[in-house]
Design a protein around this ligand. Structure first.
Ligand code: APR
Length: 237
């Protein structure tokens, strides 16, 4: 049975799983890309042109995330991890709320908003101050620090990519939660799992381009639908 504890399981999440924690998603009615232009903020050229504005925007997002707490959707994902002996969470989210909910075996495809990376020496540090003391923070080597986030036009960490696709190709069950299924390479992970014969279940407020791939597509908010799905399959939360 696919919900047996020894089933190799992957959960792929996107911004929708953090929406109920008060963190804006990127697309859709109240999405960030409705009010901010990613080409002005979330790409290396914008940062090279105006690092201060880019840091101010991330400082604003960090301020929102600092006030957010994990919701029932995050808790349910952490419960799925406890249920299955062979589990990997692959998240596109950078907010750290999965970790705050107790998820441990996770891959962050797009980085983490609480980490900085030096543009000179490459050092990656954790940085939790809200608000930031300086909108052009410097590394101890003197280099300019940037958010440790994968921006548009940048490639993901090869290790994280390789591990994510290996997990997708080997899993027997994949839950796809709160992602619009538009941004690559994350959006190819469900197809990889499908082609390898996995059962795919989507949880999303709306239909997505991934919906046709799904064995089951459950409409609604992750904080309500995921716990219900786990109850149905006797996964304790
Ligand atoms: N529960 C479940 N799904 C939800 C909820 C909710 N409460 N609220 C919104 N959704 C769904 C929306 O219907 C949408 O399909 O979550 C999805 C959010 O989509 P996006 O905002 O596009 O977020 P995501 O898929 O994570 O974006 C991928 O794009 O901008 C880049 O790097 C950024 O990681 C991000 C990537």
């Amino acid at each position: 049975m696919v919900w047996d504890k020894d089933t190799k399981t992957v959960v792929l999440t996107g911004a929708g799983v953090s929406a109920e924690s008060g963190i804006p998603t990127f697309r859709g009615e109240a999405g960030l890309w409705k009010n901010y232009r990613p080409e002005e903020l979330a790409n290396p050229q914008a940062f090279a042109r105006d690092p201060k504005t880019v840091w101010e925007w991330y400082d604003w997002r960090r301020g929102i995330i600092a006030k957010a707490v994990p919701n029932a959707g995050h808790q349910a994902v952490a419960a799925v991890e406890k249920h299955f002996s062979d589990f990997t969470l692959i998240t596109q989210n950078v907010d750290g709320l999965h970790q705050a909910a107790g998820s441990e075996r996770l891959l962050e495809l797009h980085g983490n908003i609480w980490k900085t990376r030096c543009t000179s020496c490459g050092a990656i540090e954790e940085e939790y101050s809200v608000p930031l003391k300086d909108f052009e923070p410097r590394c101890s080597c003197g280099g300019l620090l940037r958010p440790h986030i994968v921006w548009f036009g940048e490639s993901l960490s090869p290790q994280v990519m390789e591990e994510s696709f290996a997990c997708a190709a080997a899993c027997r069950l994949m839950l796809v939660v709160g992602t619009s299924g538009i941004v690559q390479p994350a959006a190819s992970l469900p197809l990889t799992a499908k082609e390898a014969g996995a059962v795919l279940i989507e949880v999303n407020a709306d239909e997505t381009p991934l919906t046709p791939l799904m064995d089951e597509s459950l409409r609604g908010s992750a904080g309500e639908v995921l716990p219900e799905l786990l109850r149905r399959h006797k996964v304790s939360i």
